[in-house]
Design a protein around this ligand. Structure first.
Ligand code: NAD
Length: 297
């Protein structure tokens, strides 16, 4: 079994690292939060006191960090992951970050002859804990094949999207679609409420009709129909609203430079900006139903 250095043990990383430990690997976890590291040791992992302690000598490295600046901070420069890892290690960044940062880190890794992939995920906290994430992977074919056995232990689907940065490109398009169908699902529930329909009853109908979508059936924004959804715990994240806004901003910047016309995506970015400014910042992204209902102004 392999030694894996795992950096970033937050909402997503904690479950992913635990699944690698459950598969029999020695997982050395590091996070800036001591509580997050302690939580991993309770799930079969080992505590590392620094990035260096986690990744030095490891067969594989996984990072699951908030945004591009955190990833570049941890990978680049003296004391960064790329200067510490074994030359034959496979290095995977599973964070959702901008394509340029992903390509910059991939370029530095290639200069050093290291195998690196961008491998962002879809699926949320429940999928991270259950080992049922979907990975979209960018990088050379050989690096993809080296990463696959580790990603398989954390996910139900591992799909190569293309060369460096292609995983992030696929993720940004996916999350723009997620924001759009979450807002649409919330609007449908709010209208249903006003028309006197019962939440569970409308769920039973729409989930078997053409309104069926992931935000409805796996992450329902009203409490009741999907017990694991954040709506059942007062919209505690989950997938925090600032993270969704980050992804939408990435999508809009990318769409602009690519010349893609994404009007509904742009509207979704405006709505998530307002949600973050009116009390949504500490909530799950599905909590936008509160703003749509007029509870946040
Ligand atoms: P999070 O904020 O819960 O976790 C990030 C962790 O990284 C935190 O524990 C933080 O302390 C740690 N960290 C930050 N800088 C660090 C550093 N320099 N060294 C070590 N640790 C550091 O975020 P999350 O919800 O787990 O999301 C992580 C990534 O996954 C993001 O890019 C997000 O967009 C993406 N994502 C999240 C979800 C979701 O449902 N939460 C779903 C898909 C993708």
């Amino acid at each position: 079994m392999a030694v894996i250095g795992f950096i970033g043990l937050g909402n997503m990383g904690s479950g992913m690292a635990a699944n690698l430990a459950k598969a029999g690997h020695e997982v050395r976890g590091f996070d800036l939060s001591a509580d997050a590291v302690a939580a991993l040791t309770a799930k079969g992992g080992k505590a590392a006191a620094s990035v260096a302690e986690a990744v030095t000598g490891a067969d594989a490295v996984v990072t699951m960090l908030p945004a591009g600046k955190h990833v570049r901070g941890v990978y680049e420069g003296e004391g960064g992951i790329l200067s510490l890892v074994r030359p034959d290690a496979i290095v995977m960044d599973c964070s959702t970050i901008d394509v340029d940062s992903a390509r910059a880190v991939a370029g530095l890794a290639a200069e050093k002859g290291l195998a690196f992939v961008d491998a962002p995920v879809s699926g949320g906290v429940a999928a991270a804990e259950g080992g049922t994430l979907t990975f979209m992977v960018g990088g050379p074919e050989a690096a993809f094949e080296a990463a696959r056995p580790y990603l398989d232990k954390m996910g139900k689907a591992v799909i190569r999207a293309g060369e460096a940065g292609a995983g992030q490109a696929a993720k940004i398009c996916n999350n723009m679609l997620l924001a759009i169908h979450m807002i649409g699902t919330c609007e449908a529930f709010v209208l249903a409420e006003k028309l006197g329909l019962d939440h569970q009853n409308f769920f039973d109908i729409a989930s078997k009709a053409s309104g069926q979508n992931w935000s409805l059936t796996s992450y329902c924004p009203v409490p009741g129909p999907v017990p694991a959804a954040p709506s059942n715990r007062d919209y505690r994240p989950g997938f925090a609203a600032p993270m969704m806004l980050k992804d939408l901003r990435l999508a809009m910047a990318t769409a602009k430079s690519a010349g893609a016309d994404v009007e509904i995506g742009a509207l979704a970015e405006q709505l998530y900006t307002r949600f973050n400014e009116t009390g949504g910042e500490s909530l799950d992204f599905s909590g936008i139903i509160r703003m749509i209902r007029g509870e946040l102004k």
